[in-house]
Design a protein. Structure first.
Length: 394
C-alpha cells in the first residue's frame, strides 16, 4: 500500500511539473516582450536628466535661511547671515528650542502675564522655573519693568516679550523696547522676542523688531510665515540670533545650538524651497490688505463691545489678531467666572472665545478679531444676547 501511494505521488508530481513547463513555454513570448519593455523603459529613465534633490537634513545654511536673514536684516542696523538663522517647524518649535537651550539646574525664565501658554508648558517640561511679570493694561499693556527687576536673580536665563502682543493686541514703542533692552542688560540676561505677529501693526506705534537693540543685549528672535503671510499650518518658523556683539558666536554656544538642531526634524523640504520666492515676490499690496482688514475688524470689535455692559476693553488693539477684555461678573446673575462664561456662551450661542485664565488673567476674556466682518458682528450680537439672558436683575 505504501509503495502504491509513493508511485501515485511521483506521477502526480511529474504531471504538475510537465503542466507548468508547458504553461511556461506558451507564455515565454509574452514574458520576453514584457522584459524587453522594462529594459527599454529603464534605459529611457536612465537617460533623463537628474531630478533636483531636496533632501537636506540640516536646518541652517540653506537658501531659505539666507532669504530669512535678508528679510529680517531690512529692519535692522546690521546685517544677519544665514548662520544666524535656524529653520524650525513653526514658531512653537522655536519656542521649545529657545527654552531647551537655556535650561540648566536652578534656572528661571521671566514670562509675561497675560501671555502665550506654550512657554509655560515648555519650561515645565525642561525643568525651568517660571516667574511671571505683569503687563499693565492701564499703560497700553507695557511691561512692568519694576516687577521684572524684582523677579530676576543670578539664575534668570531670559526675559520673554511678545511683540506685537498676543493676547493683548498691543505694539511696543521704540522707547519702551529700548528700556526693556537696558533692563535686561542690567540684569545680565538675554531677551527672547516672540515676533510671530511681526509687522501686523495698524495703530500709532509702528512695529520695531527687538533685534534693533541687539548691540545692547543679545536677542533671540522667534517668528514664522504663518501670520503675516496668512499660511497657518505650513509649520515654517525661525529661531534667529540677533547678536552683533558676538555673545552667541562663542564656539561652545554655536556648537551647542547646531548640535541641538541636528537632532530635530525641520519643516518639509518643498516648503523650505519655496521660502525665497515667497519672501521675494509677495507684493506690498497683499500686506496692506491684511493690515486694513485687521484694522477694520478691530474697530468693529471695539464698537460692538461698547454695547455689552458686562465686558470692557481697556485698550484698543493696535496689532496682532486678538484683544483682552475685562469681564464684570457683578453684572451677571449665574456666571461664576471667566471659564463658566465661555462654556455657557459656547453651549448657548455657539460662540467660542478664550477664558483669560488660559493666558494667565482670571476673569478676563481673549477675543480674536481675525474674522469676516459679518461673522464678527454676528458673534458680538450673540454675546450681547447671552449677556441680556444672564444679566443680574435689580
Amino acid at each position: 500500500m505504501r509503495i502504491v501511494v509513493m508511485v501515485m505521488a511521483k506521477e502526480l508530481f511529474l504531471w504538475v511539473w510537465e503542466t507548468q513547463l508547458s504553461l511556461l513555454a506558451s507564455m515565454l513570448p509574452l514574458l520576453l516582450k514584457k522584459l524587453l519593455l522594462i529594459l527599454l523603459n529603464l534605459t529611457s529613465f536612465m537617460a533623463m536628466p537628474p531630478l533636483p534633490v531636496y533632501f537636506k537634513p540640516e536646518c541652517f545654511g540653506s537658501n531659505s535661511a539666507h532669504a530669512i536673514a535678508e528679510y529680517l536684516s531690512g529692519d535692522l542696523p546690521y546685517q544677519l547671515s544665514s548662520d544666524d538663522v535656524f529653520i524650525t517647524c513653526g514658531c512653537t518649535q522655536a519656542i521649545d528650542v529657545s527654552v531647551a537651550m537655556l535650561a540648566r539646574p536652578g534656572a528661571n525664565i521671566l514670562l509675561p502675564r497675560p501671555g502665550f501658554p506654550i512657554y509655560e508648558l515648555c519650561a515645565a517640561f525642561r525643568g525651568v522655573e517660571v516667574r511671571h511679570y505683569d503687563l499693565l493694561p492701564q499703560k497700553d499693556w507695557e511691561v512692568d519693568l519694576d516687577a521684572v527687576e524684582a523677579l530676576a536673580d543670578q539664575n534668570t536665563v531670559a526675559l520673554v516679550i511678545i511683540n506685537p502682543g498676543n493676547p493683548c493686541g498691543n505694539v511696543y514703542s521704540y522707547h519702551h523696547l529700548e528700556k526693556i533692552a537696558e533692563t535686561a542688560k542690567r540684569l545680565g540676561t538675554i531677551v527672547i522676542s516672540d515676533e510671530v505677529y511681526g509687522h501686523l501693526a495698524f495703530g500709532a506705534n509702528p512695529f520695531v523688531p527687538m533685534g534693533v537693540f541687539g548691540s545692547i543685549v543679545p536677542v533671540l528672535t522667534l517668528g514664522s510665515l504663518s501670520k503675516r503671510w496668512i499660511v497657518p499650518g505650513w509649520r515654517l518658523g525661525w529661531f534667529v540670533t540677533n547678536d552683533p556683539c558676538g555673545t552667541f558666536r562663542k564656539p561652545k554656544v554655536v556648537e551647542r545650538i547646531k548640535k541641538y538642531f541636528d537632532l530635530l526634524g525641520g519643516p518639509a523640504t518643498f516648503i523650505q524651497a519655496a521660502v525665497p520666492r515667497i519672501i521675494a515676490h509677495t507684493e506690498e499690496v497683499f500686506f496692506k490688505k491684511t493690515i486694513d482688514n485687521l484694522r477694520h475688524t478691530a474697530d468693529i470689535c471695539c464698537k460692538e463691545i461698547q454695547d455689552i455692559p458686562c465686558i470692557f476693553c481697556p485698550y484698543k488693539p493696535e496689532g496682532s489678531m486678538a484683544m483682552m477684555v475685562k469681564l464684570n461678573l457683578s453684572l451677571l446673575e449665574d456666571i461664576s467666572d471667566d471659564i463658566d462664561f465661555c462654556f455657557k456662551l459656547a453651549k448657548e450661542e455657539a460662540v467660542i472665545i478664550l477664558p483669560g485664565t488660559a493666558v494667565g488673567l482670571k476673569d478676563w476674556l481673549r477675543i480674536t478679531f481675525a474674522a469676516d466682518p459679518s461673522a464678527l458682528r454676528e458673534g458680538m450680537r450673540r454675546i450681547k444676547a447671552f449677556y441680556q439672558r444672564h444679566a443680574r436683575r435689580l
